[in-house]
Design a protein around this ligand. Structure first.
Ligand code: AHR
Length: 502
């Protein structure tokens, strides 16, 4: 058995957790929208075509904000195609995913669905094939109350009240050569700042996200951030980060350490933002929006074949990763890493939400299930609201293929003052040994152990499917706490340890 020590002090505050850290992402990609949230012929569909069973699973996750409609898709998207009478909407060829898009769902339908799942839209504008004018038009259509051409058009289309979209992404992954309308930092920075200024002139209440790098391996990272922000800094509120994780080579110890890369990524982007702040003698801080993150690799080979050979079709099976138990551990480590940066990281979107690299899987005409990664996200969203506290963690460490000094114990805590509740989130990365953690809670007199939720499984490769939905599911442990401060964590486990004021 390994041993570790966690010291928590009420005053060691990282920052308030912005609920938008538990955001997600819906793209017109594969079966995320069609056969995902929208399937008019499904027995569980409502009058608008939305699957009630899927909406219930989404609601369970309590997601405050959902990014839409892409992703790579947005860089060729004409938003006007998705509004007005459905029967007259055009069919288009989406180059990003080689897919036929019939536009049955557009911004008004998505807004209605967001209401259904108690969430808000975060919209992305197309800065690939389009620019300032289309972005302004969409903003006027969505947010202006009425009395102008496009706001009146929205009303005519049945959406009487403005959608009041608060957060807008200025394009998507514009640093990536795969992006339709890919740009150099100079080209993107100029277009983004002009779009941002015009959008804020139309609606000063909005918040804008400047595109950061698509991942840390991009040759332009982090110069992209510094150069683009040198243009956009004063006009935007956030910069975006995207990261996907893979265990393609089957080295689980290394895979579980990948959140160390996330930590480095966040620190580097903060440094880039603060460098531009210093150059500009600015008083303003740019916040981080980690608006795409997840494990993504299980489906890659199949998708590459499909994208090459398949005829143009609607809602093909793309990016349908079936997640393993170990993927859930990685999701847990990433969420802990986000919470450790709660002072600067204010939004994050689990990419994506349904079917496409998603916590929820559906079958056409059939059931829906919670994938393994559903659970750490659910727990963080449910118990990770309040003030993030930085624990002092003394843990044994290991070296893996790509990472050194990987702590076996990954941990963070959130203090929810309103609920008189303190929650410790922890992953034991050790694949074979239990960990005995000595807990030292300072400033939490009167708090008692309330519950220990654990996600563990003897098979790292165990998966949930619609036919076997509960192979991986959380359980409550009653035997893990001894002497009120000695906590046992099982090997390869995600843990949520809750304390409440008596
Ligand atoms: O989420 C899938 C894709 O990953 C998105 O469309 C794109 O932004 C990223 O490369």
């Amino acid at each position: 058995m390994k041993e570790a020590r966690v010291t928590l002090e009420r005053a060691f505050q990282i920052g308030d957790v912005d609920a938008r850290m538990y955001g997600s992402f819906v793209e017109h990609l594969g079966r995320c929208v069609y056969e995902g949230l929208y399937e008019p012929n499904h027995p569980a569909a409502d009058a608008s075509g939305f699957r009630r069973d899927v909406a219930d699973l989404v609601k369970e996750l309590n997601i405050p904000i959902i990014r839409y409609p892409g992703g790579n898709f947005v860089s060729g998207y004409r938003w006007e195609d998705g509004v007005g009478p459905v029967e007259s909407r055009p069919k288009r060829l989406d180059l990003a995913w080689r897919t036929l898009e019939d536009n049955a769902v557009g911004v008004n339908e998505f807004a209605s669905w967001c209401k259904m799942v108690d969430s808000e839209m975060m919209l992305a504008v197309n800065l690939g094939t389009r620019g300032v004018e289309a972005a302004l038009d969409l903003l006027e259509y969505c947010n202006h109350p009425g009395g102008s051409y496009l706001s009146d058009l929205r009303i005519k289309h049945g959406a009487k009240d403005p959608h009041n979209v608060k957060v807008w992404c200025l394009g998507n992954e514009m640093d990536g050569p795969w992006q339709t309308g890919h740009k150099t930092p100079e080209e993107y920075g100029r277009l983004a700042v002009e779009t941002a200024r015009a959008m804020k002139a139309l609606d000063p209440s909005i918040q804008l996200v400047s595109c950061g790098s698509s991942n840390t391996k991009m040759p332009t990272f982090p110069v992209w951030e510094m150069e683009t922000l040198s243009h956009t800094y004063d006009a935007v509120d956030f910069v975006s980060l995207h990261q996907y994780f893979s265990n393609a080579d089957g080295d689980t110890a290394n895979f579980l350490a990948c959140s160390l890369e996330t930590d480095r990524f966040i620190k580097t982007v903060i440094a880039a933002c603060d460098y531009v702040k210093a150059v500009k003698r600015s008083k303003k801080d740019i916040m981080l929006s980690f608006d795409e993150w997840n494990v993504w690799y299980h489906s890659l080979t199949k998708d590459a074949d499909e994208m090459r050979d398949r005829p143009w079709q609607k809602a093909p099976h793309l990016l349908e990763d079936v997640y393993t138990f170990e993927d859930a551990l990685v999701a847990g480590c990433v969420l802990i890493t986000f919470l450790k940066h709660a002072d600067r990281l204010k939004m994050a979107c689990l990419a994506q939400l349904i079917n496409v690299i998603a916590p929820i899987m559906t079958e056409k005409g059939g059931g829906a299930c919670r994938q393994t990664i559903f659970y750490p996200f659910l727990h963080a969203s449910r118990y990770g609201r309040g003030t993030a506290l930085l624990p002092v963690v003394m843990s044994p460490k290991y070296d893996s293929k790509e990472y050194t000094d990987v702590p076996y114990l990954e941990a963070v805590a959130v203090n929810n003052e309103e609920e008189n509740e303190l929650t410790l989130f922890a992953v034991n990365r050790d694949l074979t040994e239990d960990m005995l953690v000595t807990l030292d809670l300072k400033g939490f007199d009167g708090y008692r152990f309330a519950e220990h939720i654990v996600l563990e499984n003897p098979d790292l490769k165990a998966v949930n499917t619609v036919n076997a939905p509960d192979a991986v599911r959380p359980a409550t442990r009653n035997d893990s706490m001894q002497d009120s401060n000695m906590l046992n964590l099982r090997p390869a486990s995600w843990n949520v340890v809750r304390f409440q004021k008596a």
